[in-house]
Design a binder for this molecule. Structure first.
Ligand code: IVH
Length: 680
């Protein structure tokens, strides 16, 4: 192919891929298979590699950006990004309506939308191409985060037809609750601190320097505001609807209302319905529909007079702070937890709330016996949001943050610029030791289920285990007859005793863990920042622990997906004499320290496909089906997402996986159909 032909083909592929992206992500109605799509994408990528200067600025092959933008460049907003007046009071909303009608008359029409709880963004399109995406910043200028926003699939890079030559569209970037939950699970697995709520996770993600990392985090976006000189209609609603045909995903949660009564109807509907939504909202935004009316109403210095946000009250309760305890995690991170006088909040009894860290405690200036406001937001554990100072007992003192580890009395450390305190006594601090063993036996690691439910605690207390390798020295007589009363998560006491059957199960579980493949063993070791997928990458790359142990930092950062932070953590882990000893003992006990045979590639049939298997299959166990998928060039995955090509369902499939597939329109096939597919 000569240069001119390449140019034409690149253009053609760019147009076609944008079209397919739109059909897939916006319309949810793909017209070609994932495989065909991937083939077109591959062709474009290859052409762009050969002729980098011919790549178009909005190339769909560049969504997963890789460029590190050390810091964001600031960009001025062409139109200031104002905020909205907001209120929690129905009366104030009625006042707003009265003011509007006084000026406009009773025929005014409102548009009601959900108030998404994320990070607002303003995106400029010139001649149908996304040219800039800027955060709100101070309203006049914000951070240019274009490379990051380009990774969000529901935002088009290039528009379809009949769009205005130049306009801005604004909206909210957010993370769905399910994606948020999964992201936090991964972070905890890797020894990182979880985000407090989806909004923080979104804000943290959109400001990341490496857009390839952003691309891995599932962000979403709803667009809700158009600004430009030549918009087709004279009102908000029609323009929003029209913008769908340009390629935008516009919310279906929108309504035109003829009077304030209908506005309240919308508000009530979603006050009930918000729990069922897959993302967080914090209220409803009411807008005057007609641009002429908007103009007549004008702006205050800070916000438009034609719009108001009605915010739902977060569910709050007032109760007393009895004490503060400090929990020590597997990595030594300290979390302060408030113990509260039990109080009913959103249908559940709340006894504890997170206080996050020393800075937040100091900012709240919370004191013992204070009456505190507890709130339930998107997060799982409720949090303390304020103190009722008027009822504070006299003579109370600020709580001094602990300086010694509550478990082992070692002086705590806090790194420059970090909010979290750590106990550095890795080797001698009981919750850290127990936490590492709990992680080792957990389901996605060595999966020794028979040791769950507080049993590790007993083994630790009796002095039988101090590290993961000790588990493999346990014998029948060590275990038989052990017992202890433990307090569960729910605060209830339970007696755990090791009878014959229990002991047999434990020993069987430990023995079977010797079959666990190397990548999961690597994850089980609990190296900071090495979650399941990093462990898998490393295991596939290095194939054995020896090779991994001998790889230096410089070499490791060249492996795809391994950044300096991970590489440093891994090399540090292996330099530690204690860790090396545990690994050597585990190896002596027969734990897998290398990958089994590389599955030989038999075909390319599944190249580019991500496949999830669920339930019991007749012809494969878990590793077996994963190897089979790899043998044919595919990528096995554990959970269903937008990226999943199809799901193979066996007996007793995971109901949430099947439901998710249904929701996303992903095909679910039987094992037989899968085998049939491989024959073609
Ligand atoms: S319209 C000038 N619509 O709430 C009007 N804003 O408190 C521009 N927000 O800055 C905003 N959902 O970040 C609008 N459906 C929606 C919204 C929404 C969330 C955010 C937005 C805005 C903030 C104001």
């Amino acid at each position: 192919m000569n240069r001119e032909e390449a140019r034409r083909r690149i253009e053609e592929l760019t147009v076609r891929l944008h079209d397919h992206n739109y059909r897939y992500y916006v319309m949810a109605q793909p017209v070609i298979s994932d495989y065909e799509f991937d083939m077109l994408m591959k062709e474009l990528e290859e052409l762009e590699r050969t002729y980098p200067d011919l790549a178009l600025p909005d190339s769909p092959a560049r969504r997963v950006g890789g460029d590190i933008t050390r810091e964001f460049i600031q960009a001025e907003h062409r139109y200031p990004m104002l905020s909205l007046a907001n209120t929690y009071s129905e009366e104030e909303l009625r006042d707003f309506d009265r003011r509007v009608r006084t000026l406009i008359g009773d025929e005014v029409e409102y548009v009601c939308e959900l108030k998404y709880d994320g990070v607002s963004i303003s995106i400029t399109y010139e001649r149908g191409i996304m040219v800039r995406a800027v955060t709100r910043g101070d309203g006049t200028r914000g951070d240019d985060v274009t490379t990051n926003v380009k990774t969000i699939r529901s935002i088009p890079l290039r528009l379809r037809a009949d769009y205005p030559m130049l306009f801005e569209i604004r909206g909210e970037i957010f993370m769905r609750r399910e994606s948020f939950r999964r992201l936090n699970e991964e972070r905890v697995d890797m020894g990182e601190l979880p985000f407090a709520n989806p909004r923080n996770a979104t804000a943290g993600t959109i400001k990341m320097q490496d857009s390839a990392e952003v691309a891995k985090r599932p962000l979403d976006c709803y667009l809700y505001h158009l600004i430009g000189e030549d918009l087709p209609f004279g009102n908000h609603y029609d323009n929003m609807m029209q913008s769908r045909s340009w390629g935008f995903r516009i919310t279906e949660y929108i309504a035109r209302c003829r009077n304030i009564g209908e506005v309240f109807g919308f508000i009530r509907e979603w006050e009930q319905g918000r729990e069922e939504l897959p993302f967080d909202i914090d209220g409803v935004v009411v807008k005057v529909n007609s641009y002429a009316h908007q103009q007549e109403l004008g702006f205050t210095a800070k916000s438009p007079r034609w719009s108001i946000a009605y915010k739902y009250k977060a569910q709050q309760a007032l109760t007393r702070l009895l004490s503060v305890s400090y929990q020590v995690g597997r990595t030594g991170a300290i979390t302060p937890v408030a113990n509260l006088e039990p109080v009913l909040l959103a249908g559940t009894m709340v006894k504890r709330a997170s206080l996050h860290n020393a800075d937040i405690m100091a900012a709240l200036d919370v004191r013992l016996n204070d009456r505190v406001f507890v709130e339930k937001g998107g997060e799982i554990i409720p949090k303390i949001v304020g103190v009722d100072r008027s009822s504070r007992p006299s003579g109370s003192q600020p709580i001094e943050y602990i300086t010694l580890c509550p478990e082992c009395r070692t002086p705590l450390e806090r790194k420059e610029g970090e909010a979290i305190h750590y106990c550095p006594n890795r080797e001698g601090c009981p919750p850290q030791i127990k936490g590492r063993i709990e992680h080792f036996i957990s389901r996605n690691a060595m999966n020794i289920e028979s040791l769950g439910e507080g049993k590790v605690e007993i083994l630790y207390d009796k002095g039988l285990v101090r590290d993961a390798a000790d588990l493999y020295d346990l014998c029948f007589t060590d275990l038989l007859g052990l017992e202890k009363v433990i307090t569960g998560e729910d605060g209830k006491e339970r007696k755990v005793s090791f009878r014959e059957k229990t002991v047999q199960n434990i020993l069987k579980g430990i023995e079977s863990s010797k079959e666990v493949p190397f990548d999961r063993v690597l994850f089980a070791l609990g190296i900071r920042f090495v979650g399941q997928s990093v462990a898998r990458t490393l295991a596939l790359h290095y194939r054995s622990i020896d090779r991994l142990m001998h790889a230096g930092f410089e070499e490791m950062v060249l492996v795809e997906d391994i950044g300096p932070r991970i590489a440093e953590s891994i090399t540090g882990f292996f330099t530690d004499e204690g860790n090396r000893r545990i690994i050597s003992r585990l190896r002596d006990k027969g734990i897998r320290m290398e990958m089994s045979q590389i599955p030989e590639k038999t075909s390319e049939l599944l190249t580019g496909k991500t496949i999830v298997a669920t339930g019991r299959l007749k012809g494969f166990n878990r590793e077996g089906i994963e190897d089979e998928i790899r043998r044919h060039g595919g990528k096995p995955a554990a959970s269903v997402s937008k990226k999943t090509s199809f799901v193979i369902s066996g007996e007793d499939p995971g109901t949430s996986k099947i439901a998710k597939a249904g929701e996303l329109g992903i095909p679910v096939i039987t094992e037989e159909q899968f085998l049939e597919l491989l024959k073609t």
